[in-house]
Design a protein around this ligand. Sequence first.
Ligand SMILES: [Zn+2]
Length: 304
Amino acid sequence: MVEQRDDAAWVALKLQADDACLVPLWRSRSLLLREATGTLAVYLAAHELPVDQLLQPPTLLGTDDKRTYFAVSVSDAQREQILALHPEAEFADLRIASIEMDAKHAGILAYAKALHYWQHRHHFCGTCGNPNRLGSAGHRLICSNEECARETYPRIDPAIIVLVTQGDACLLGRNPNWPPRRFSTLAGFVEPGESLEDAVAREVYEEAGIRLSGIRYVSSQPWPFPASAMCGFYAEAEDRRVRLSDELVEARWFTPTELAAAVRDDAVRLSPRVSISFRLLADWFRQQGGGDLESISRRYRARP
Ligand SMILES: [Zn+2]
């Protein structure tokens, strides 16, 4: 897909094709359809949103062999037109909605939202202050001042997320800004000059006063809320003494049995199943003989 970004003729052709899927974003909100079985992404056909009426050129996201996806920013008036065509749909916050979405389509919407966020925060050149213009089908911003011509690319802020274990238990914390009973793995941003492992050790010490050993990278996930790459780790605590900081109101150790009971009793609500936080926890839970955490949390999810 990268090689097509600078092929304006190819992009224009694909935009008018029957398989073009427009991913609309209105004020950073995605077009969604909520159904009893989950939330669906709503895409627009090219004729539903004429390209010549767009606020800015569409951003090429990619193709899945059947369709080509483009992110488009829509105005307030266009939002009304779109909702008239799709009266069941709504523009809503993807971060909450993605909990109940298919991973592929949640990923497409997240990618669109990440590029949209970046484009809308870089209207002007950071060097000379002149307006930027979009290039490379939305993946590059170029200063309109020809003397400067500075290029800007999407920025990603690395963040770490870690499941801390000690013996047969894992540590989950509660952030003061989260909804009641939500517990999760600990996470934070990587600071300049740090390795990812340094960031894991510092963050856990700052948040919970715990010293770590055996810090081990597992996998990563794009996290465009607004612009992170989340890098997942396992680590072992020296002991279970916790010293809470302002970033946590509570931190508790759970064995697999205790965690399953807390989820069943609705004393603990876990992160969305699509999140790397949930995956780290579910993999540990399975390795500890706890079984399938996803089916346990799914069964006890639909409560007020
Ligand atoms: Zn400039």
